[in-house]
Write a protein that binds this ligand. Structure first.
Ligand code: GSH
Length: 214
């Protein structure tokens, strides 16, 4: 059995953060497919035995089951020494960006993409319009940050960068706009992350793509 197991599915950018980290640090890991689109995370069995919050990703390591990608990234950085912020100031700065990302960058992009691609019935245009406005503003904040330094904390990639990649490599057709083209500093940063050894696309790294057609 692999040292780490990651409960995940291919369409989850939240899970991609953890999957990408595991791959980049060359961990011995294996995915456990979660059948999210058939309601697995809503079932009592999942909530009792895997995650009471009913979410993916969950990292299983020995007796531990960790959820929240920011916690998982922090845990893996501390264990591996890779992509770890150095010193108190960097640790706080990384946490600041991870929380901003979870709440406002990928925290809006994920539901926006879900409502456009997977929800039945599809999302209400007014809701999509609200989310798109928030997304544009928050992606611009990230782009400004990345226009003055190669990575979020400076010269080295860290868990703050890995967190922010969550949904950003999924095809632009799923969003209806091209994030990298509209935010060129972020586009260049995505290429820098993509050049790291063992980088893989979410659809390659996690099981469940393509979705079966119904
Ligand atoms: N902040 C969490 C977000 C996790 C999350 O929302 N995951 C989605 C899948 S992409 C989920 O499991 N949602 C289940 C639900 O909200 O019912 C993290 O970064 O781990």
């Amino acid at each position: 059995m692999a040292e780490y197991q990651l409960y995940c599915f291919a369409q989850s950018g939240n899970a991609y953060r953890a999957a990408l980290m595991l791959n980049l640090i060359d961990a011995d890991w294996a995915p456990i497919f979660v059948d999210y689109f058939n309601g697995e995370t809503r079932k009592g069995e999942y909530r009792t035995n895997v995650n009471e919050m009913g979410e993916v990703p969950v990292l299983a390591h020995g007796k531990r089951k960790l959820s929240q990608s920011g916690v998982i990234l922090t845990y893996l950085a501390a264990r591996s020494g890779k992509f770890a912020p150095k010193g108190d100031d960097e640790r706080l700065e990384a946490m600041r960006w991870i929380i901003f990302d979870n709440q406002k960058v990928n925290g809006f992009l994920g539901p926006y993409r879900f409502l456009r691609n997977f929800a039945k019935p599809p999302g209400d245009p007014a809701v999509l319009g609200f989310l798109k406005g928030r997304i544009d503003g928050n992606l611009a904040i990230v782009n400004k940050r990345l226009s003055t330094r190669p990575f979020v904390l400076g010269d080295r990639p860290s868990i703050a960068d890995i967190s922010l990649t969550a949904y950003l490599y999924y095809p632009s057709s799923e969003f209806g706009f091209d994030i990298a083209a509209e935010h060129p500093a972020s586009g260049a940063w995505l290429e820098r992350i993509q050049a790291l050894p063992r980088w893989k696309h979410p659809y390659e790294l996690m099981p469940g793509h393509p979705l079966p057609t119904s």
